[in-house]
Design a protein around this ligand. Structure first.
Ligand code: TRP
Ligand code: SF4
Length: 333
């Protein structure tokens, strides 16, 4: 039997290249070696966006379409929506009973989220009960399929630690080595920064979406920062100080292209505008297949709905098996 992988993302809108290179590409590669469960965490989206649910459905579809476009394959992996697997909510109840309050209070990611909320005005600035339960619900997601590994970005590792603690506590309390202690699986590729050199994020307006058109991508790339000390196009440039454009070359170009860019830049033989025009073309070439697939699913949303319905049904079958064991171990009626 293969090891089991579970991972999810909150459906907050269309995904960008940071998601693709940081997480999804990793998922795609894992599909052949593991039994994979990938889901849209719509309950987790509610922990902070409970008052903005108008776009939740479309956001969920968008996230799943981005995954499919990137190569997550419904023949290989189970693709589902968290709220369509209500067994997770029941498991969440059992886990919340055995999780000490101070475990969730010391969760660093949660502390950061609370800090951001406090900068907002009015009712939305409160930390609600559901948000406090974020790491427990995440543990339920992972333990629902008794996962062995959880491929995530570095920012989620603290949550996986809590999951391991909760699994251990469950096993101790209910007298059986039932739950595995899931390990985080980190992607070792270097993180892609945003067009302005900061972390790529949709709220910073510095991202390139998987679903952006080639034209939009080229235009965005032209705004990427380059070696700031360079005034004229025949000045010798410093690729290593060119934090965004050259960095992108190293991610999307092959070895020869990168060394040509470096060499021509250092000799003042390549202007930044020309360089970024070429870079835009390069990125578009690399993404063309993904974007064609994205377009196909956009034009056939009923296909995406079907994938979600079938995946969620499959996930429930497995979840019900685990839940039956959990109920027996906890000694529920
Ligand atoms: N917290 C994750 C994020 O913000 C999403 C998530 C929810 C998740 N449940 C999970 C990731 C379980 C991995 C496993 O991206
Ligand atoms: Fe960066 Fe290219 Fe300009 Fe050199 S020529 S500074 S690599 S954008």
């Amino acid at each position: 039997m293969n090891e089991i992988i579970v991972s999810g993302m909150r459906p907050t809108g269309k995904l960008h290249l940071g998601h693709y290179l940081g997480v999804i590409q990793n998922w795609v590669n894992l599909q052949d070696k593991y039994d994979c469960y990938f889901f849209a965490a719509d309950w987790h989206a509610l922990t902070t966006k409970y008052d903005k649910t108008d776009e939740l459905r479309q956001n969920t579809l968008d996230v799943v379409m981005d995954w499919l476009a990137c190569g997550i394959d419904p023949e290989k992996s189970v693709i589902y929506v968290q709220s369509l697997v209500p067994e997770i909510a029941e498991l969440n109840i059992y886990l919340s009973m055995i999780t000490p309050q101070n475990w969730v209070e010391r969760d660093p990611t949660l502390k950061d989220m609370a800090k951001i909320l406090k900068t907002k005005e009015g009712q939305g600035s409160q930390v609600n009960y559901g948000l406090m339960g974020y790491p427990v619900l995440m543990s339920a997601d992972i333990m629902m399929f008794n996962a062995d590994c959880v491929p995530v970005g570095i920012d989620q590792v603290a949550h996986i630690e809590i999951t391991r603690d909760i699994a251990r506590r469950f096993n101790n309390l209910y007298g059986e080595e039932f739950f595995h202690e899931a390990k985080p699986l980190l992607n070792h590729c270097s993180l892609i920064c945003g067009l302005d050199g900061n972390k790529m994020g949709k709220s910073f307006n510095n991202d390139i979406k998987i679903s952006d058109t080639a034209e939009a991508t080229s235009k965005k790339i032209m705004s990427a920062i380059t070696d700031r000390s360079r005034l004229r196009k025949d000045d010798p440039g410093h690729p290593d100080d060119c934090e965004v454009a050259f960095k992108y070359w190293t991610i999307f170009g092959d070895e020869d292209e990168v060394s040509t860019v470096r060499c021509e830049c250092e000799k003042g033989l390549r202007g930044c505008a020309q360089c970024k025009r070429q870079l835009g073309d390069k990125i578009n070439e690399k993404l063309s297949e993904i974007r064609e697939r994205r377009k196909y699913y956009e034009e056939n949303p009923q296909l995406v709905e079907k994938i979600i319905a079938e995946g969620s049904a499959k996930a429930r079958v497995r979840a019900q098996q685990v839940l039956a064991d959990v109920r027996r171990l906890v000694k529920m009626y």
